[in-house]
Every structure is written in C-alpha cells, then in structure tokens.
Design a binder for this molecule. Sequence first.
Ligand code: CMC
Length: 435
Amino acid sequence: MSKKGNGDTATIIDNRTGEKHDFPILTGSAGPDVIDVRKLYAQTGLFTYDPGFKSTASCDSTITFIDGEKGILRHRGYAIEELAEKSNFLEVCYLLLYGDLPNSEQMNEFDGYITYHTLLHEQMYNFFKGFRRDSHPMAIMCGAAGALSAFYHDSTDINDPRCCEVATHRLIAKMPTIASVSYKYSVGQPFVYPRNDLSYSENFLHMMFSTPCEENGVNPVLARAMDRLLILHADHEQNASTSSVRLASSSDANPFACIAAGIASLWGPAHGGANEAVLNMLLEIGTKDRIPEFIKRAKDRNDPFRLMGFGHRVYKNYDPRAKVLKESCDEVLDELGVKNDPLLGLAMELERIALKDDYFIEKKLFPNVDFYSGIIYRAMGIPVSMFTVMFAMARTAGWVAQWKEMIADPTTTIGRPRQLYKGEVQRTYTPIGKR
Ligand code: CMC
C-alpha cells in the first residue's frame, strides 16, 4: 500500500493469476483511510468478504466521529463530554441535523417546530389500544413508529424537501409521546398529553409520571439527568440500528418505516437492549460474593453468558459515554436521597473486578454506555422494560440526521450486499412421492 493521502492507491495481487489491480485510497478528515473497492467486482470478478462489517465503511458521513482506541466520540467535531455538560438534547438534535450549533433565533424556531408536533393524531391513541396490555413497550414502539406513515401521509414523499423536514420534526417530537403512551398503556393508566410549556425532557417525565388527576411536578435535577442521557445516546456513527435505517432508506422507503427498522434493530441485547439486560443481570447476580461466579461464566467459551454492558465493537478503551454516566448516576442518587444503592455498589464492584481480570484486559472489554444508564433510569422510577425505549427515543435524533444526510447525497444507491454462496449448486426436482 502506498503512503497516506488522496490520489494514493492500494494494489491487490491475485496470486492465482499474478494480475495486479490498483484501487484508490480515500482519506477523510479524521480516522482510518479507506480502500475504494466499488470497482473491485467489475475489474476482478471478486467480492470482498466481511460479515459483520468489521472492516467496511458503508458510507461517507460528516455527523459523528469515533476513535475507539482513544475513547473519543464527537458530534460535528464537538466532544461528547462537552455537549453533555454544556448543551441540551434539542440543541444536540439541531447540531446533528444541520451541522452547526444554532444561534438563539434558530434555536427558538427549531424548539417551536418540535413543540408544535408533540401531539399524536388522536386516532393513534385507538391504535395503541389494540395491543395486549402486557406487550413489551419496544414492540409497541416498533409498531407505532411504523404506523406514523399511515397517519402522516403528507410527510412521506422523500423527493420533497419540505416533506422531509416535517418528517424529521415529527419523528423527534413524537417519540417521547409514543414512548410514554406505550408505558401508560402497559400499566393501565390514562394517556397524558404533552405540555408545550415544558422542555423536551421535562415534558417526557411529565407524560410518564403525571396523571390527568395530578401533575407530578418535574424535578429539575432529574430532568437534567434525563436530558444528559438523551444527549449521550443521540448518535453513534454507523452502528447496527443506524445502518438498518440507512439500508431501509436506500430503497427510498418512507422515513417513518425506516425509523421503525432502526427501532427493531436496536431492540436486541447486543445493541440497545443491553441496558435492560444489564439491570436484569445485576439483579440476578444479587450480591457481591456471587460476582466471581458470573465472571467465570462470562469467560467460559461453552457458556453463552456475556457480561452485559461490557465490550463494544468500536471502543477498545473506556466508552466516554459511560464515564459521564457514572457521574450522573451519583448526582441522581444523591438527589433522590438514595445512599449506598446496593445495585450501584454491585455494578462498581463488578467493574472493578472485571477491569483487573486478564480475560477482559486482553480482549479490551470496558464498560459501555449501557452499564450505568439502567441504574439511573431505575432510580428515576422508569421500569426496566422501558430502558431500550429510552435509548430509541434518544437515537431517533441520530437516525433522522443520518437518514437526512443519506437522502441528500447524490451518490446514494440501493444497499445490496452480495454473498459467498456455499449451498447446493444445482439439483433436479424429485416429486414428493419419490423422495
Ligand atoms: N462478556 C464476555 N466476553 C465478551 C463480551 C462480554 N460482554 N464481549 C465480547 N466478549 C468476547 C467474545 O466472546 C469474543 O471472545 P473470543 O475472541 O474468544 O471469541 C471477543 O470478546 C470479541 O467479541 P465479539 O463478539 O467478536 O466482538 P463484537 O465487536 O462483535 O461485539 C458486542 C461487541 C457489544 C456485541 C459485545 O461486546 C457484547 O455482546 N457485549 C455485551 C452486550 C452489550 O453490552 N451491548 C451494548 C453495546 S453499547 C450500546 C450500543 O451501542 O448498542
């Protein structure tokens, strides 16, 4: 491979034939360069093979940068730690969507658009009532997000920029309403309508915890912690759910359907479902003396058990989001007067033991964003089954920003991976009676 820089090439030599093929090396503004293999098949008749996309960049993007070795996460160039400390979720949404931090006028206008769209079409409330009461809120959320395309026909035309703009506002605005309705329905309480005088996070807590008979009165420390959680989960480059949104969108599907695809992908325990799995794991471990037993199981290749909240495809260092969350955790527990939460004590001890263990050191397995988030959600009174819904609510910002970037890119084409076929080559059909 020749030296770094645009105009450089990488040569692939097919040792079977001795043929050499040059491919351009593309350089971004930060992060590893990429070999542009778009013409590989045409030139060589070969495909690349990369299940799980461990070495594949699927797109250009200017939204989020991660350096997994150094534990860096930046949105549009701003460090996540700084955004979590100084910004708020709606401002981060604006940044992700439009590329720069807004001035006051832009912020007020954006805030107004989001506030304007928080209500759901009244008919949608009947739609929720069709689910079983004991449905998982993520199941409801998947269905409800997809159903938005049935209720908002006027923002499904992806060739109309105004339609797309309204769809992004609607998605960000309505997710907290959908999330809280999913919860209220599961506990048999009446749905609570949004309040436009509250901030994004305050409004969500209001819809979760107020009832038509009693306003809950939002605690500002908890609202701030919620906002920080939303910021920390807002976007994370080309992860499984974002790639699902992009792949769904590559066929020109409408934005609501694409976000539903993202929600479905997020649900799994290897991705957004990990926050729920972490809390269930901590409850299962129960006491500190049982930690070694679970560490042993996590290291056993014949046991499918993994330490949930540990490890990351990209971070091979401490997840910067987990650092911020650990601090938030203390703040929330202090505010709620929870002294020495046994679950937090257990989590910290588990982290301490795992980080000293050779297995976790060698494989560079550090706590990720989901390790501490569940402890905060639980202290706030958010039920475990809602944890992944919280993640989906926050990640909607990233999904719509990535979707917006993708549909504006003239080089976008339908995503269509190929395969290494290993099945039967050709067989002749035998009638059923002769098999
Ligand atoms: N506990 C025990 N061993 C682990 C763990 C874990 N949490 N994570 C990875 N390993 C081992 C794994 O068994 C494998 O070992 P070997 O090389 O001997 O086969 C090695 O580490 C590499 O693992 P991998 O599965 O090939 O790595 P990956 O990059 O494909 O997976 C991951 C990343 C996040 C899916 C994985 O670390 C995991 O399952 N973690 C637990 C679930 C979790 O916390 N997910 C939340 C991710 S952060 C939130 C988000 O962005 O969604």
